[in-house]
Design a protein around this ligand. Structure first.
Ligand code: RB5
Length: 148
C-alpha cells in the first residue's frame, strides 16, 4: 500500500507520529508537507493528497490539521474521494468496513498522538466489507457523475 500524507501547521506533530507508525508497519508513503511551523492554508495540502489518491499514485491519503475539519471538507471536494474525519478507533474501523474511505482526516487540537496512532493503525489495516456497502458507494459515485 502507498499512502500520501500531509498536514498544515496545526497537524505537524501527529503527522510525524503517523509517519513513524508507517515506518514500523513497512508502509510506503509520500510526505507532501507542510515543511515549517509557519501558518499555511489547509486546502493547499488536502487537494494534492486527494489528487494523488484519485490518480492512483497513492492508494490512501492521511490529512491532519487543527481540527481535521478543513482538511476533510477540502479533500471531499475532489471527485472520487471519501474522506472520513475520525477521532475514535470504532469509527476508524467502521469507515473502512462500510464507507471504503480512501482518505483519513484527524485534528491535532482534538486528540493526542497516542490515539491518533491507534486510529491510523486501525484505518490502515481494516478492509472494506463490500456487499450492501458497495451498493451505497455506487450511489455516491453515481451522484458524483450526474453532478459533473
Ligand atoms: C488553522 O488555524 C486551522 O484553521 C486548521 O488547522 C484547521 O483546524 C482547519 O479546519
Amino acid at each position: 500500500m502507498k499512502v500520501a500524507i500531509a498536514s498544515d501547521h496545526g497537524g505537524m506533530n501527529i503527522r510525524s507520529e503517523i509517519k513513524q507508525l508507517m515506518d514500523e508497519l513497512g508502509i510506503e508513503y509520500t510526505d507532501l508537507g507542510c515543511e515549517t511551523a509557519d501558518s499555511v492554508d489547509y486546502p493547499d495540502y488536502a487537494v494534492p493528497v486527494a489528487e494523488k489518491v484519485v490518480n492512483g499514485e497513492a492508494d490512501r491519503g492521511i490529512l491532519i490539521c487543527g481540527t481535521g475539519i478543513g482538511m476533510s471538507i477540502a479533500a471531499n471536494k475532489v471527485t472520487g474521494i471519501r474522506c472520513a474525519l475520525v477521532h475514535d478507533v470504532y469509527s476508524a474501523r467502521l469507515t473502512r468496513e462500510h464507507n471504503d474511505s480512501n482518505v483519513l482526516a484527524m485534528g491535532e487540537r482534538v486528540i493526542g498522538p497516542g490515539l491518533a496512532r491507534e486510529i491510523a493503525k486501525t484505518w490502515l489495516e481494516t478492509e472494506f466489507q463490500g456487499g450492501r456497502h458497495a451498493r451505497r458507494i455506487e450511489k455516491i459515485e453515481g451522484f458524483e457523475k450526474s453532478s459533473q
